[in-house]
Design a protein around this ligand. Structure first.
Ligand code: NAD
Length: 493
């Protein structure tokens, strides 16, 4: 069987900007040195716009503006209820523009339009969630009878540096912007250089919602220039980073001399473990979605599927057939389930892993480009079976529509396989045995486990990974904790 394809014509949104600039202290500006970089359309790999390439001088300007807004401006001093109103207005505006946001995001990143629409709505929900949380925030007080009364004075920290990746860029930016702003900090955002289009929309949204000038600043540019300068800026006391584990290590080192607060959401190679007693139809549907949605460019992708031996052959056969039915097409086509990978460099990386996989394991679906797509970063959903645990496609994050399936015989072996990688972001477990479900889930080295479930987020739960997948957790009150100082005030009675 062959991959299904949707061959509608290519779509270029109307009203694309003629260039993408920084946004500093309430103004759109070019780089101080006038430098720009090319932004490509992933369907043709042609440059469709130039973006300002920020350097240290631009970061310095943005941090100075954010610092002024923090020390002199109203934002950190406003009542939580007042900040909450602004955040709700941001959510309303994002929601009312979800179709346009999705159109631009899908064009810039290659994500299927229906999925980009879902991400735009999630971005609005992230703002709404932290708008609600901040007004419900209560801090602890401790009584030592007759002697002391002690309480927590929670304060925003200052200028938060936010560095984000190119996968679901707008939504992931909102996951940092929401709590950083709700808690009264000011920010400098450095979005990913592959996908700067949607980030530039925040400026207009925030202005319209009434966010004071200088609270939000945006500097585009390469990680080693703009990102690096932000990490090394002495007036930025905390960095929230989402991206590759390797980049996280570099940032960790660069932030060390300043002893900065760090939150790191890094890479993954998450297992989906399917026991023979599982609901097989549900497990196949969910594990297909788990690795092929968002083009497989998803930190929590279930990119390794471990299947208990008695159902292994049937699972592989049905899984491969279903992977072939996943529709590859132009990002703007509503029928499309896998669009174009974000950038030719990333496409080359994914394709090189597919070639490695062909020498390491048995290819049962995909493995090449879909028919009819001459240009752009299109890859067929690709499935390898009989993947050994020391194979590179078992160990390394591919971050594309490629999955490795491996059999196991016992619970112990399944656990060893699940934990036998350097990452520990997410895990998915499929079984109808109640005790096994809990015992196995709790033993997995992963920050998040979904039992008999797809990756469905509850914004109150901790989000983050263990091992090479991250440092610290965000989500719910943990985000509030990361973006605030908790000062202890002691009173002798
Ligand atoms: P990346 O690490 O290449 O880049 C992420 C950001 O860091 C970009 O804005 C980049 O410009 C910047 N950067 C690069 N080098 C830098 C440096 N030296 N100093 C400061 N900033 C620098 O990651 P990517 O390719 O954009 O994103 C994909 C990766 O992100 C995958 O590994 C994926 O698993 C991970 N990710 C993790 C989560 C999570 O929540 N755990 C979520 C999404 C993506």
């Amino acid at each position: 069987t062959d991959t299904q394809t949707a061959l509608a014509t290519r779509h270029v949104p109307e009203g694309l900007p003629s260039r993408i600039q920084h946004y500093i202290d309430g103004e759109f500006v070019d780089s101080a040195d006038g430098d720009t970089f090319d932004v490509l359309d992933p369907v043709t790999n042609e440059t469709y716009v130039q973006a300002a390439a920020g350097k240290k001088a631009d970061i310095d300007r943005a941090v100075a503006a954010a610092r002024r807004a923090f020390t002199e401006g109203p934002w950190p001093r406003m009542l939580p209820r007042e900040r909450s109103r602004v955040l709700h207005r941001i959510a309303d505006i994002v929601e009312s523009r979800d179709a346009r946001l999705a159109e631009l995001e899908s064009f810039d990143s290659g994500l299927p339009i229906t999925q980009a629409l879902g991400q735009a709505r999630r971005a609005a929900e992230n703002f709404r969630f932290f708008a609600d949380l901040i007004v419900a925030q209560a801090d602890d007080a401790y009584k030592v009878p007759g002697r002391q009364m002690n309480y927590v004075n929670r304060k925003p920290i200052g200028v938060a540096g936010l560095i984000t990746p190119w996968n679901t860029p707008f939504m992931l930016e909102s996951w940092k912007l929401g709590p950083a702003l709700a808690t009264g900090n000011t920010v400098v955002l450095k979005p990913a250089e592959f996908t700067p289009l949607s980030a530039s929309l925040w400026a207009g949204i925030f202005e319209e919602a009434g966010l004071p000038k200088g609270v939000f600043n945006l500097v585009n540019g390469l990680g080693e220039d703009a990102g690096d300068a932000l990490v090394k800026h002495p007036d930025v006391p905390l960095i929230s980073f989402t991206g590759e584990s390797r980049t996280g290590q570099i940032i960790f080192g660069n932030a060390a001399p300043f002893l900065k607060g760090l939150s790191m959401e890094l890479g993954g190679k998450s297992p989906a473990v399917v026991f023979a007693d599982a609901d097989l139809d549900a497990a196949i549907d969910a594990t297909i979605f788990g690795v092929f949605s968002l083009n497989g460019e998803r930190c929590t992708a279930g990119s390794r599927i471990l299947v208990e031996r008695p159902i292994y052959d049937e699972f592989v056969k049905r899984y491969a057939a279903q992977a072939d039915r996943v529709v590859v097409g132009y990002p703007h086509d509503p029928k499309t389930e896998v669009g174009a990978l974000v950038h030719p460099e990333h496409y080359d990386k994914v394709v090189s892993y597919i070639e490695i996989g062909k020498s390491e394991a048995r290819l049962v679906a995909g493995g090449d480009r879909p028919d009819g797509f001459e240009t752009g970063n299109f890859v067929r959903p690709t499935v390898f079976a009989d993947v050994a645990p020391d194979a590179r496609i078992f160990q390394e994050e591919i971050f594309g529509p490629v999955v490795a399936i491996t059999p196991f015989d016992t619970d112990e072996e399944a656990l060893e396989l699940a934990n036998g990688v350097r990452y520990g972001l997410a895990a998915y477990v499929w079984t109808n045995d109640l005790k096994r479900a809990h015992n196995f889930s709790q033993a997995i080295e992963a920050g998040m486990v979904w039992l008999n479930s797809n990756n469905v987020r509850d914004l109150r739960t901790p989000f983050g990974g263990v091992k090479a997948s991250g440092l610290g957790h965000e989500g719910g009150y943990r985000s509030i904790d990361f973006y605030t100082d908790q000062q202890a005030v002691h009173i002798t009675l």
